[in-house]
Design a protein around this ligand. Structure first.
Ligand code: 5GP
Ligand code: MN
Length: 341
């Protein structure tokens, strides 16, 4: 975090008492871990903090220290709205524009009088915060929360609760330190978090070894539905609403499935299309290798975005049409895909 931003944040924190911390819709490990980590940190500085998530998050995150304090806006609209309206300062974490919160919560945030601080690593940050700490080179927002503490000269406040949350966020957002966003600094931060009490094996077990039998069966269906287009260096997976229903789908169950498509030899572009009848959309996750930008792809065709190698978006057409359209768009990218392979 640069000196100017640090100074603004120090000033804001000097007078702010009530702080709200908000993560993005469909919160993942980085959203939840960074928000809880920051919450414990700001509490240690004497602030009153509340973490608000737009909607529910996966069970594999429900063991995190402090998780019981999270307010899910969808479930507790009034309380969440009141907390935001009476706050002095709102931190928005792990997203780059208020429409990533979506729905009513977005409107509440847009209309509240609190000042905003953004901490985020997604491309093209919107300009709504008085202090914007944005760095697209960062592995995760959780890593940034550590650097944020460091910039404020407060790393001695690093507690086990903070460490476990930030470690979980870094681990999940880097695919267990596999993705190219993982830097030597990421490992140095992880080492400090382990020293402060984050036990890597336990975090791994809690996150990755708590699969339900239904989720494993659903993974079988997803892998069976895998389509590989070798001449376009692309692989995609589809899941229909019926397939989800048949496996008692719960939030988070499809997390990571798209990485199996990306693990096929020669594939540099992987996609999963997941039908969501309730919202009348197909939710899409994109992953890539090398310099093929799925952020651009998702922005250009699927009103989405994210990072160069991991992005998301949606289609309001039905699943078949969505896939046919995708297959018709893809050849335009043949050269770019070839270059990335
Ligand atoms: P995932 O595919 O795991 O849901 O998301 C991958 C990355 O893309 C995440 O960093 C996430 O924040 C971002 N992302 C996912 N869906 C959307 C979307 O609909 N719009 C935008 N702008 N970003 C998204
Ligand atoms: Mn993230």
């Amino acid at each position: 975090m640069n000196e100017d931003t640090t100074q603004i944040v120090e000033k804001l924190l000097a007078s702010a008492q009530k702080v709200v911390i908000v993560g993005h819709k469909n919160p993942d490990g980085d959203a939840v871990g960074s928000c809880l980590g920051l919450s414990f940190f700001l509490k240690s500085l004497g602030h009153t903090t509340t973490v608000i998530m737009p909607n529910d998050f996966p069970d594999f995150l429900k063991w995190l220290p402090g998780v019981e304090e999270i307010i899910v806006h969808e479930r507790e609209r009034e309380k969440s709205t009141e907390l935001i309206n009476s706050s002095d300062l709102v931190f928005t974490l792990d997203f780059n524009s208020l429409d990533r919160v979506g729905g009513e919560l977005q409107t509440v945030l847009e209309n509240c009088s609190a000042k905003f601080v953004m901490i985020d690593h997604h491309q093209q940050p919107a300009d709504y915060a008085v202090a914007t700490y944005s760095d697209v080179k960062m592995s995760s927002t959780s890593e940034m929360v550590f650097h944020f503490m460091d910039a404020l000269g407060q790393t001695e406040k690093l507690s086990k609760e903070i460490a476990v949350n930030l470690y979980t966020g870094i681990m999940t957002d880097t695919g267990s330190f596999r993705f190219s966003s993982t830097t030597p600094t990421t490992h140095r931060v992880a080492a400090k978090l382990i020293e402060a009490g984050a036990e890597s094996a336990i975090v791994n077990q809690n996150v990755y070894d708590t699969n339900s039998p239904e989720r494993m069966k659903l993974l079988g269906v997803a892998l069976n539905n895998l389509v590989i287009l070798p001449e376009l260096y692309t692989a995609y997976i589809t899941l229909t609403q019926k397939e989800l229903d048949d496996h008692n789908f719960k939030k988070g169950d499809t997390e990571g499935f798209v990485n199996y498509a990306l693990s096929v030899k020669g594939v540099v572009f992987a996609v999963i299309f997941i039908e969501n009848k309730q919202e009348s959309i197909v939710k899409i996750s994109f992953r890539s290798k090398g310099n093929f930008s799925v952020n651009d792809f998702a922005r250009n065709h699927y009103s989405g975005g994210g990072h160069i190698n991991a992005a998301g978006g949606k289609s309001s057409q039905d699943l078949n049409k969505t896939i046919n359209e995708f297959i018709s768009i893809l050849p335009r990218y043949k050269n770019e895909l070839k270059d990335a392979s």
